[in-house]
Ligand binder design. Structure first.
Ligand code: WT7
Length: 677
């Protein structure tokens, strides 16, 4: 991307943005019980006290052996936290709670069909189940420390149980969002070199029991073609004891976990004592090129950061019932459904299905029935709940003390509805800005200390020191309200360690742009480029304006435009493809797909459908284009570059600006005409 385009993106984003908003203050009741009310935390976590300040987070965990170096910078910018230290994540999320809280609920699993029983899994039961599956993974599947395993599972209690079993063995899990297609799953199997795939036969979504296991067969077939053989597919049953998929089992490869596990009843597996810097998991995310990046997260630094931010920003106490509506297949689910809350011994709710199924009151009935007091979701869901049932929350007696919004900027109107109706005017809201790469929150208000400001994430959380650069590499003055590219000046424990198998891409993507000296071992020379445009207001609150790269945020999920374009290009008739984001009132953004067909191919509705289907099957339904436009030609620069900016303006009914310098300015009017009709 040229510098010029980067500026255009951020400025157009600002143009659609809102005015400065009034503060909302936390209630004395909230502050009275908050985990963090001492303002000196900002001094304790100042840059002067970096990196030692992060002891506070590491000390929330039980270590087999304490670390001797807080931050090792010798392999800059692949930072290592708490080196010399050893610990096990499953021990920290399960075993250590048994002494006092064995009978407390760790996980409430809520099935989508409302008539089905909610499963309340105690820490004791979690301990037993994690051990048994760990024994199966080790002794039957042959998995050992350092191996990678791909998990393609829907929202279920078995998903965190499987993740924790991997963590117990030191096996690196790569969880693929259940809604992703077999193709997307296969890409991740190949990249992570997994020989074991763990899946589930079926799950409910919007009232339908979906056949999920079929994706495992396709994924295994595709990955084998690319040279990565899956020799074992382990299948959990949605209904234990009953196989709920129509797809037959493959002899010698497929194994029903619920049956096999019987051989391991009563098994106990000693937690592996992992080095703090050994990887815990990979989480793939989209970037500027077609290939998803496997973000590699560490054991000690990651868990310390997930636990610390869960305690101080989510304000989780062990007695809380906490419900994060994200999917565990995304980073939010890893950090703030599984690892953070369980490390703190909270009760975490896992809901299988759609928040508005069978009606817009469903979420509020779940909250009421389980006494949920901390609630965490994304603007796209809040917009859907508001649209379908603006008066529903008032009909139920749940009472939240704390609510989170995450994933994309939230419109102040939506924020205020969330506060007034869902929070019943008393819950505090934290708007948390972060990323798959960052493991945990970067910007947010500390709920018991800072007032809220609708539409702004807030200042850096303790130990996170943002800085905004312009495109020329100059620092934008603090508090100036001028937009630029937000970076973090310092490393932090939750930060990913590298891109799996691609250190160069890691350095190029996140550090090269503002690196002061590529030979340096000093963290001060390596600002982390987040890839978002942002501005800092006078009060030190950051407002996130959107991505500066080719990433579209659809319903809070990251999709690379290049990924969608490559998927479209798999259709034979397609010559060129370009994707642009279009505003959508619930999803935030939606991809609009422009296609130029090969010479001689006639446009047709069938072709449009074929291309759309190709995108869904390559990536997943979340990437489905709003519309596939079959255009006679793409607007291009004289050097032949497709002008996505012009297409974006057309899709969003905005002024296309001056197009006379294009190689083919006439096509702009033609495309405009097509879209109007
Ligand atoms: C991108 C990261 C972090 C978990 C969910 C998404 C956008 C995230 C906010 C927020 C405005 C936000 C950014 C970021 N984003 N949180 N509170 N306000 N924008 O993780 O899929 O890695 O996406 O989501 O653009 O870069 P992800």
């Amino acid at each position: 991307m040229s510098k010029k385009e980067a500026v255009e993106t951020s400025e157009s984003q600002i143009a659609v943005h809102w005015e400065e908003e009034q503060y909302f203050y936390p209630s004395p009741t909230f502050v009275g019980q908050a985990n963090l009310t001492d303002e000196s935390v900002y001094d304790r976590f100042s840059l002067d006290n970096f990196p030692e300040c992060f002891h506070e987070y590491a000390e929330l965990l039980d270590w087999d052996k304490y670390w001797n170096k807080t931050l090792d910078t010798s392999d800059a910018p692949c930072w290592k936290w708490f080196t010399g230290g050893r610990l096990n994540v499953s021990y920290n999320c399960v075993d250590r709670h048994l002494a006092k809280n064995a009978n407390k609920t760790a996980i409430h699993f809520v099935p989508e069909p409302e008539g089905e029983k909610i499963d309340h899994i105690t820490y004791q039961e979690l301990y037993i189940r994690v051990n048994e599956i760990a024994a199966l993974l080790r002794d039957f599947a042959g998995l050992k420390r350092g191996d990678r395993v791909t998990i393609h599972m829907p929202m279920s209690a078995e998903l965190p149980i499987t993740m924790l079993a991997c963590a117990r063995l030191g096996v690196i899990h790569s969880v693929v969002f259940g809604g992703f297609s077999a193709n997307a799953c296969a890409d991740r199997i190949v990249d992570s070199q997994s020989r074991v795939l763990i899946t589930m036969d079926a799950y409910y979504r919007n009232g339908h029991l979906l056949n999920h296991k079929v994706a495992a067969d396709e994924a295994a077939e595709i990955s084998a073609k690319q040279g990565q053989v899956v020799d074992k597919v382990l299948i959990w049953q949605r209904y234990p004891g009953k196989y709920s998929s129509k797809t037959p089992l493959v002899e010698g490869r497929d194994v029903i976990v619920n049956e096999k596990i019987k051989e391991f009843y009563g098994a106990r597996v000693k937690p592996e004592s992992m080095k703090a810097e050994e990887p815990l998991f990979l989480m793939y995310t989209s970037g500027t090129t077609g290939k998803p990046k496997g973000c590699q997260h560490s054991t000690g630094g990651y868990l310390a950061y997930a636990a610390g931010t869960s305690k101080y920003i989510q304000d989780i106490h062990p007695e809380d019932v906490y419900w994060c509506m994200a999917d565990i297949g995304w980073i939010t689910g890893h950090s703030y459904i599984v690892y953070g809350p369980l490390a703190l011994c909270a009760s975490s709710v896992i809901y299988e299905g759609v928040p508005t199924f069978p009606d817009a009151g469903r979420s509020w009935r779940i909250a009421q029935d389980l006494n949920v007091n901390i609630f965490h979701t994304a603007p796209t869901t809040i917009r859907a709940l508001r649209k379908l049932g603006p008066d529903e929350p008032a009909k139920y007696s749940f009472k939240f003390k704390h609510m989170t919004t995450v994933g994309e900027p939230i419109e102040p109107e939506v924020w205020k509805w969330y506060h007034r109706e869902v929070g019943k005017g008393v819950a505090i809201i934290v708007d948390t800005w972060w990323q798959t790469e960052t493991g945990g929150f970067l910007c947010s208000t500390i709920p018991g200390i800072k007032p809220m400001k609708p539409g702004s994430a807030g200042p850096g959380v303790p130990g996170i020191h943002p800085i905004i650069y312009d495109d020329e590499g100059q620092v934008i003055e603090r508090g100036s309200g001028r937009a630029g590219n937000i970076c973090i000046q310092n490393p932090w424990p939750g930060q990913f360690q590298t891109i799996w198998g691609d250190r160069k891409r890691f350095v190029d993507t996140y550090f090269s742009r503002y690196c002061k000296n590529s030979e340096s071992k000093d963290w001060r020379d390596w600002p982390y480029l987040a890839g978002d445009a942002a501005m800092e207001a006078e009060d030190g609150y950051y407002r996130i304006l959107g991505r500066i790269d080719d990433v579209i945020n659809v319903s809070g999920h990251r999709l690379g435009t290049k990924e969608i374009e490559s998927a479209a290009m798999t259709v034979d008739e397609v010559a060129e493809a370009a994707v642009v984001p279009v505003a959508h009132d619930i999803k935030g953004k939606e991809p609009d797909l422009y296609i130029a067909l090969k010479t001689g191919v006639q446009p047709s509705v069938e072709l449009q459908e074929k291309i759309s289907a190709a995108v869904c099957s390559q990536i997943g339904k979340i990437a489905k284009p709003r519309k596939v436009w079959l255009v006679p030609d793409m607007p291009k620069t004289r050097s032949g570059k497709i002008m996505r900016r012009v297409l974006g303006a057309i899709s969003n009914n905005k002024d296309v600006g001056d197009v006379m310098t294009l190689a083919n300015p006439d096509v702009v009017e033609v495309i405009k005409g097509m879209i109007k009709n």
